[in-house]
Ligand binder design. Structure first.
Ligand SMILES: [Zn+2]
Length: 82
């Protein structure tokens, strides 16, 4: 799937949100860093990540708020030996 935005396309909102959360885990982003939400593209009809959303994704926000994100980031650092 190639979109003229040059962004990677996800088949569903669910998959895009999972990718959003995964990026925060693997890259160790703080809540305001990196992609902030997902959106349905008017060009390709699939879903993309965006760092310029007016609102933050609820699933992402909840993971940071609950401390789950921090735990997963720490687990990820151990796995990658950093
Ligand atoms: Zn698109």
């Amino acid at each position: 799937m190639k979109c003229s935005t040059g962004k990677y396309s996800y088949m569903s909102q669910e998959l895009a949100e999972t990718a959003l959360v995964d990026q925060h885990i693997y890259k160790g982003f703080r809540v305001h860093e990196g992609p902030q939400n997902v959106y349905e593209c008017g060009i390709c009809g699939y879903w993309h990540l965006t760092s310029k959303a007016p609102t933050r994704n609820e699933r992402l926000q909840q993971m940071h708020d609950s401390g789950e994100m921090k735990r997963k980031q720490e687990a990820s650092r151990w796995e990658h030996g950093l």
